[in-house]
Design a protein around this ligand. Structure first.
Ligand code: AMP
Length: 485
């Protein structure tokens, strides 16, 4: 049975904001998590972005904080009480926007800090006092060091998208941040999967958590209609045009595997008359936010993106997702099509499968535990034909993207134990040498569930000195320096 928000007896300003958002019934994660958080228990939640997870933690935390709500202008009366940590700037921005909407009729203040932006405006906001601070780990540490953020009154911590934070290598940063917080607090951890690393993190920082699992990880939403069309690389753009037209689609995400392919495909589609923006790792933060805003406002119809740039983005009501390239990693398929059919809305996910993609499709089949039927695609006469030479039938010069999109966007290899530089994760920063053999390997499933966390393996390989991270080099003794001279 789905229950309504009115059963929660939320404070009037919160209930008003929820009603204004148009939420009627709670999503499964909200139904399960909100009462538990209201009781003040720690939570370990398996839920992905798109399930209504933000409201599931934000509403009960705001409700609990209402006792501190006050209209004073003094910063001292608005200490940071809730800290929400997220892996990327886009996610942090998104969550912060939602928190602002839920808190808009209260005197509880919220702010977001993430890297790649000037610290000054963030500092000013922090100095004025905020009760809810949403942050990415690297930039938060910068603010802690600069004494802009004082966290000794934090009562609530949310580790959101915790699996991604570990993937990125944020563990040491998280450990440092958590060491600054009062021991007496409520900690909520959300993750798409409960890997051994996540379980270890939870056992270190959560007390007697209530485990909440709303959907199998790797499950695709049942509201998404999925199609796999057999299409040659040269016919993919034509196929895209045809499906968009046949379905009367206004907006869609188009996923590709490489940055180069992304930029070129976006240019080609733009020339073919579709309002298109590219979202990939080489775009600046500002360009990416602008592209997203343009898509949200309806100024752009197609957002061509790579996985790294688009993961976790919450854009409501995207009617369709196209896998122009079948992803190299089957898990990315689940993330990609999670952009559509969100929060109960129906969606369409179309994958274009070239003959060389059979193995990737088999991996997806295994992961989603669903038989995939490859469908043929009949072309209609009036769909633009793109010839071998890359010319459309009206004679305009076209680009051919297929071969460019075969190389995946370079990614940071997974090395959770590696100490990162003090900088927020830049998903798009290419490694100096892009031809890492890691990217040439076909997708292989991750380590078996019972294997020990990678940081433990690293730690046992080279034991820590007196509890100091093995990644921190010992300081050279001055005497040793004199000796060598
Ligand atoms: P999230 O998983 O928190 O990123 O939320 C995904 C989207 O679902 C957001 O755009 C929310 O505004 C929306 N949402 C959250 N809760 C509900 C609800 N109970 N009913 C309808 N939409 C919701």
């Amino acid at each position: 049975m789905t229950s309504s928000f009115s059963n929660l007896s939320l404070a009037e300003p919160l209930a008003r904001a929820v009603a204004e958002m148009g939420y009627e019934t709670m999503t499964p994660i909200q139904e399960q998590a909100i009462p538990v958080v209201l009781q003040g228990k720690d939570v370990m939640g398996a839920a992905q972005t798109g399930t209504g997870k933000t409201a599931a933690f934000a509403l009960p935390l705001l409700q609990r904080m209402m006792k501190h709500e006050n209209p004073s202008t003094s910063p001292a009366r608005h200490p940071v009480r809730a800290l929400v940590l997220l892996p990327t700037r886009e996610l942090a921005d998104q969550v912060a926007q939602q928190v602002k909407l839920y808190a808009k009729y209260t005197n509880l203040r919220s702010a977001v800090v993430f890297g790649g932006m000037d610290m000054k405006p963030q500092t000013l906001e922090l100095k004025q006092g905020v009760e809810v601070l949403v942050a990415t780990p690297g930039r938060l540490l910068d603010h802690i060091e600069a004494k802009n953020a004082v966290l000794n009154q934090v009562e609530y911590v949310v580790l959101d998208e915790a699996d991604r934070m570990l993937d990125i290598g944020f563990l040491p940063d998280l450990q440092r941040i958590l060491s600054y917080l009062p021991k007496q607090r409520i900690t909520l951890l959300f993750s798409a999967t409960f890997s051994p690393e996540i379980k270890r993190l939870a056992s270190s920082y959560l007390q007697d958590p209530v485990t909440i699992e709303v959907a199998r990880s790797n499950a695709t939403a049942s509201t998404v209609e999925q199609h796999f069309y057999s299409v040659s690389a040269d016919d993919k753009r034509r196929a895209l045009h045809q499906i968009l037209k046949a379905r009367g689609m206004k907006q869609a995400f188009v996923f590709v595997n490489s940055k180069l392919g992304c930029a070129k495909l976006a240019r080609s589609l733009e020339r073919e008359g579709l309002k298109t923006s590219a979202l990939h790792g080489d775009k600046s933060q500002d360009e990416r936010l602008k592209a997203l805003d343009a898509f949200k406002n309806g100024d752009v119809d197609l957002l061509v993106c790579t996985d790294v740039a688009a993961r976790g983005l919450d854009i409501k009501d995207v009617p369709a997702v196209f896998n122009f390239d079948v992803p190299f990693n089957a898990e990315d398929y689940v993330h990609r099509i999670g952009r559509t059919g969100r929060a109960g809305a129906s969606g369409l996910a179309v994958s274009f499968v070239a003959s060389s993609d059979q193995r990737l499709v088999a991996d997806i089949e295994k992961l989603i535990k669903t038989k995939i039927e490859l469908e043929p695609l009949e072309f209609e006469e009036d769909t633009p034909r793109i010839s071998e030479q890359g010319r459309i039938n009206d004679g305009r010069r076209m680009y051919r993207d297929a071969e460019d999109s075969s190389a995946p966007e370079p990614r940071q290899p997974r090395e959770p134990y590696q100490r990162r530089e003090r900088r927020d994760y830049l998903p798009h920063r290419p490694p100096a040498v892009s031809r890492d053999p890691f990217f040439d390997r076909p997708y292989e499933p991750g380590a078996p569930a019972d294997s020990s966390p990678s940081w433990e393996a690293a730690a046992s390989a080279s034991p820590a000195r007196n509890g100091v991270s093995t990644n921190i080099k010992p300081k050279k003794k001055i005497a040793a320096l004199f000796k060598s001279s």
